[in-house]
Design a protein around this ligand. Structure first.
Ligand SMILES: [Zn+2]
Ligand SMILES: [Zn+2]
Length: 177
């Protein structure tokens, strides 16, 4: 069957209209029809670390009872019970539970994907193990900001507060007038 729209999660899913292959067994039971099966779906998405495109297939197994509309399933009736509608079975909610809920929220192109360089954004798998940047220690960067701010702005506010709180929540940049 063709995949319905929006069949996936943010980073990976089944393209709309792509072929979902179903292997189904339908069994008549007392209350309705027991559906057991396997769905094989094509997946497309992006690696959560390096943003490379991902293309693979995913196999999901499922089993669900579709009850006749006039069947009362005794004391343990549940609200999310699935019903036969005019002798038809709507597989879509079943497939969404089996496939979409099983998809990884952070799919990877491969298990050990090294991702992107935090400094320049290059793909680390391409750049090689020697790729690095000579960056100043980030702890010194906060100090440098503090020194620059104190020199340019109001020196009387800068000396009073302890400097260890970092630079992001300083309020001394507020301008008057
Ligand atoms: Zn990757
Ligand atoms: Zn880099």
């Amino acid at each position: 069957m063709p995949a319905p729209e929006d069949f996936g999660v943010e980073m990976v899913g089944v393209p709309e209209g792509a072929a979902i292959e179903l292997d189904l067994r339908l069994e008549a039971v007392l209350e309705g029809v027991l559906v057991t099966g396997t769905a094989t779906v094509p997946l497309e998405g992006e690696c959560a670390r390096c943003l490379d495109p991902i293309a693979s297939t995913f196999e999901a197994e499922f089993q669900e009872l579709f009850v006749y509309p006039d069947t009362r399933s005794g004391g343990n009736a549940e609200d999310d019970e699935l019903y036969l509608e005019d002798d038809l079975i709507d597989l879509e909610p079943l497939l969404r539970d089996a496939v979409v809920l099983a998809l990884p929220l952070s799919p990877l192109c491969r298990d050990d994907c090294p991702g992107l360089c935090a400094e320049c954004g290059i793909r680390l798998a391409d750049a090689g193990p020697d790729h690095r940047h000579d960056v100043a220690d980030p702890r010194w960067a906060a100090l440098r900001d503090l020194a620059a701010g104190t020199a340019a702005e109001t020196p009387e506010r800068g000396s009073g507060s302890p400097g260890a709180r970092g630079s992001s929540d300083r309020r001394e940049g507020k301008q008057e007038g």
